[in-house]
Ligand binder design. Structure first.
Ligand SMILES: [Zn+2]
Length: 405
């Protein structure tokens, strides 16, 4: 660090960065018209007077007068030098600063992983879409009602058990074995290499900018375990900070005003293709605080759609809890036993799903629903237990009016 960085590069890095994304990862921001507002991190205040402009890529506090671009923010907030702030932003956006420091090496690797993932996605998408190798996977998709246009839109792919030269085709002069290993696609053994997703339908997972950061794989053979498998954590893929389909959903949330959160890849694709475009899915985990931060940049309302079984209710409960802690409004759709968004939309159409969304339970009604199922509320003992469980949850509600209710 501390090295000389040419002005043109400083500018380029600033142009490629998103000030809302960076400041929003440090302090909570809320959309207010064309700008974002938050509580100023540089002076004590209760009413937000700290404004970030996505258009001008600057911040300004009307309370204390602090302001500037993304570098100024990071220098002031994190106590960095100018050059350190530039490096930090470059690293975040995988921009290589031609310098041999350790930070330079780190993002060199990241850039190569993105490139490798793109090639991998493209290669296995082609296998899925045409030729004998993809036949079984195509049959599975048509059985599940996933159209060709959905497969293209989501760049679905298939990894056959025996790849025609797979790793060898991808490992080229500019991408070495080391990067392939770091990307988490292949496992290397003493006597060979095996694709982690062999025999699986694959779903490329993108970050908020649409770059492929990892993959989800679904087993097509019922004997294959586990049914779903994701990329391991890599330099670019962090499961807990990623929401599947977020980069597409963010374009549509302006119209709906809320995000729809579903559990699985196929539920998501069916909903998306039926016109519910502001839909996202956590990747095999309960909703996390950093996923919530992604959602919160664009809206303060999410509708959780979960199965009626106990696992579904538990995930929904956890989701509502996280949303409440983060100051977001949540509603919950609980589907009938054995139903998921995929089967519902197929059997009853988009209108039926929309009615479920319109009639979603708010937090309080949802908690009551859960308690009813769990405790016998006609008996005093059951009521006491239920209230004991709900009070700590309700205390997390940040909005005083809603908490009171
Ligand atoms: Zn201020």
């Amino acid at each position: 660090m501390g090295s000389f960085i040419p002005d043109t590069l400083v500018e380029e890095i600033r142009n490629r960065a998103d000030i809302v994304e960076i400041i929003g990862s440090i302090i909570p921001l809320k959309k207010a018209g064309a700008n974002y507002k938050g509580v100023c991190p540089f002076h004590q205040e209760k009413t937000p007077s700290f404004v970030v402009s996505p258009l001008k890529q600057i911040f300004h506090c009307f309370g204390c007068g602090e302001g500037g671009n993304v570098y100024h923010f990071l220098m002031r907030k994190k106590g960095l030098s100018f050059s350190e702030a530039v490096h930090l932003v470059a690293d975040r956006y995988s921009i290589v600063i031609p310098h041999t420091g350790s930070a330079g090496k780190k993002f060199l690797g990241r850039k190569e992983i993105y490139t490798l993932n793109e090639r991998f996605a493209h290669y296995f998408h082609n296998i899925l879409m045409k030729g004998a190798l993809g036949e079984s996977a195509r049959a599975y998709l048509s059985e599940r009602g996933i159209s060709d246009s959905a497969a293209v839109e989501f760049q679905l792919g298939f990894v056959p058990d025996k790849e025609p030269g797979g790793a060898r085709r991808i490992v080229t002069a500019d991408i070495n074995k080391d990067v392939v290993e770091k990307a988490g696609l292949y496992n290397f053994y003493r006597n060979g290499v095996a694709n982690r997703f062999a025999g699986r339908l694959i779903f490329p997972i993108q970050d908020y900018q649409g770059r492929i950061i990892g993959f989800g794989g679904r087993a097509l053979n019922e004997q294959q375990q586990p049914k779903y498998l994701n990329s391991p954590e890599t330099a670019v893929y962090h499961k807990s900070g990623t929401l599947y389909n977020f980069h597409r959903a963010k374009e549509s949330v302006k119209e709906t005003g809320y995000f729809i959160i579903v559990e699985g890849y196929l539920d998501l694709i069916t909903a998306y293709m039926a016109g519910f475009k502001a839909v996202v899915a956590p990747l095999g985990t309960a909703l996390t605080a950093s996923q919530l931060n992604l959602l919160k940049r664009l809206t303060d309302h999410a509708v959780l759609v979960f199965d009626a079984d106990n696992a579904g209710l538990k995930a929904a409960l956890r989701g509502v809890e996280v949303l409440m802690e983060g100051g977001m409004k949540s509603s919950v759709v609980i589907l009938a036993d054995g139903e998921d968004p995929d089967s519902l939309i197929r059997a009853q159409g988009a209108g039926a799903f929309q009615r479920h969304l319109d009639n979603a339970l708010d937090e309080v009604d949802f908690f009551c629903h859960v308690s009813e199922r769990k405790y016998d509320l006609t008996r005093a003992e059951g009521r006491i237990k239920a209230v004991g469980e709900l009070l700590p949850l309700i205390a997390k509600e940040k909005n005083a009016l809603r908490r009171e209710e």
